[in-house]
Each structure stands twice: as structure tokens, then as C-alpha cells.
Design a protein around this ligand. Structure first.
Ligand code: MN
Length: 264
């Protein structure tokens, strides 16, 4: 099993504690390499740096046995560099996260977490993004454990070609989660407003993005989190097709297996 090699990245930067919670858990089932931006890059989406060179720093001593590099670029840059040059072994799976805060609905188009997973997928590698709806770092261990279960299942059965996964956990204890729902992306889940701040000689403009979608009755990612369940959304980059379905082998007994691992 430890022959599996997982690349971990995170849009909150290489020093985000959430990244290392995930790495420590994944080390139980795989070899792990970390390539991530040198600073926080939330909401950078799929951005790729093409007009300047990228500096890379080796940080191999953070956790023993984990090769790690920080990149002066975006999460997507980090995945491209990892796959193209930095990590010598073949990567079996790309995991982007854990993001503290959900990535739901139309926010998947802005998310640096999802943007990094998209790069893995576009390079033909099984990929997933994982986020928790709690901004205060609670329940990170649940997300790390779920990523580990998914990694094991993907290693034995693989993800079908054509999709990658956006995984979101609710901010609640594992014992209170009843279901893992396979969902669709909620549309029009957010609205943008602009607030103006008077800075004296000049004005400053803040873009404020709020979730507006109430999808309680729908089979969407927003609806699943509102119901207190875990959401797994199959995503793809073929913009003219509905998401492919997720195979039963990946999802059957997933919640039972996760709860048996004893998270928070
Ligand atoms: Mn983030």
C-alpha cells in the first residue's frame, strides 16, 4: 500500500497547519510529497503564472520522509511544477486541502483549492479537493481521515476517467453525520457586492462575496452541507456535459469506514 505516492498542495500556503494535518494522516497509507505556494492564495482559482519565472525552495525537513517544496506561485503552478519537474516518483493521486472553509456551488470556479485539483485532473491523474465548513480548524481530523479512506479506495479501484472530486465536510462531529451524498454543484449560490471605504485622499473598494443559496431540498453540494452531511461532487472540465457518476466501489460503506476510524 505504501507504494502509493500522493502529492499534497494547499491554497493557504505551505505553512498552513491544515495541510500538515492531512499529510500526517496520509502517511499511514502512502508516500507523500508536498508542493504548495509560499503564501496564502485563497480565491486564486485556476490561475497559472506564465509571464515570470517561479522560484522554488526545498523544505524537506518539516516532517521526516516527506519531500516538500514551496513555490512563489499559485496552487495550480505548484501542481504543474510538482508533476513536471520537482517530484521524481510517479504521482498516483493529487489532494488539494484541507481548506478551512467550504468550497461549494459556484465558488468552485474561484477556489484555489479546487483550481489545484483541476491541474492534477488535467494531467490525467486522480485528483480531489477537500474542505471543511468550519473556519476555526475544528474537525480537520475528520477531513484528513476521509481523504485517507478515499485515497485507499482510489488506489485499489481508481477514479473513472473524466472526473475529479470536490469533497466538503460539515462543521459537526462525525457521529452526527448520517450520510455521504454524491451531489451536483449548486448554481447561483453566491452574490457579490461592493463596499466602498473612504481612505481620505482615495477610495478603496472591497468585493464582498456571500452565500445566498438555500438548497435544502436539492441534491446539491450546498444542500448536502445544509443537511449536515458530507458532500462529494464529481467535477469535470468538459463544460458541455453533466458530471459523470461516481462508482459504487468508491462510495459504498464510506461513512461507516470513516466513523470506524474515530475522528472528532
Ligand atoms: Mn483557502
Amino acid at each position: 500500500m505504501l507504494g502509493m505516492k500522493i502529492l499534497v498542495t494547499n491554497d493557504d500556503g505551505i505553512f498552513a497547519p491544515e495541510l500538515w494535518v492531512l499529510v500526517k494522516e496520509l502517511q499511514n497509507v502512502a508516500q507523500v510529497a508536498v508542493v504548495a505556494p509560499d503564501r496564502e492564495q485563497s480565491a486564486i482559482g485556476t490561475a497559472v503564472t506564465l509571464r515570470r519565472p517561479l522560484r522554488v525552495h526545498s523544505l524537506n525537513s518539516v516532517i521526516a520522509g516527506v519531500e516538500a517544496y514551496s513555490v512563489e506561485g499559485t496552487p495550480a503552478d505548484s501542481v504543474i511544477l510538482a508533476l513536471g519537474k520537482l517530484v521524481k516518483d510517479k504521482i498516483d493521486l493529487v489532494i488539494s486541502g484541507i481548506n478551512p472553509g467550504p468550497n461549494l456551488g459556484d465558488n468552485v470556479l474561484l477556489s484555489g483549492t479546487v483550481g489545484a485539483a483541476l491541474q492534477g485532473y488535467q494531467h490525467g491523474i486522480s485528483s480531489l479537493a477537500i474542505s471543511v465548513g468550519a473556519p476555526d480548524n475544528r474537525y480537520l481530523d475528520n477531513a484528513a481521515k476521509l481523504a485517507t479512506v478515499l485515497a485507499r479506495k482510489i488506489d485499489s479501484g481508481g477514479l473513472p476517467g473524466g472526473i475529479f472530486l470536490n469533497v466538503n465536510l460539515p462543521a459537526r462531529p462525525l457521529t452526527e453525520i448520517r450520510e455521504i451524498e454524491i451531489t451536483e454543484v449548486a448554481s447561483k449560490a453566491h452574490a457579490d457586492t461592493v463596499e466602498v471605504e473612504d481612505g481620505g485622499r482615495r477610495k478603496y473598494y472591497w468585493l464582498i462575496r456571500r452565500q445566498v443559496g438555500k438548497d435544502t431540498h436539492k441534491k446539491t453540494d450546498v444542500g448536502a452541507i445544509e443537511r449536515g452531511n458530507i458532500s462529494i461532487t464529481p467535477l469535470h472540465a468538459n463544460l458541455f456535459r453533466k458530471p459523470f457518476s461516481v462508482p459504487d466501489s468508491l462510495c459504498s460503506d464510506l461513512l461507516k469506514e470513516l466513523q470506524s476510524m474515530g475522528g472528532s
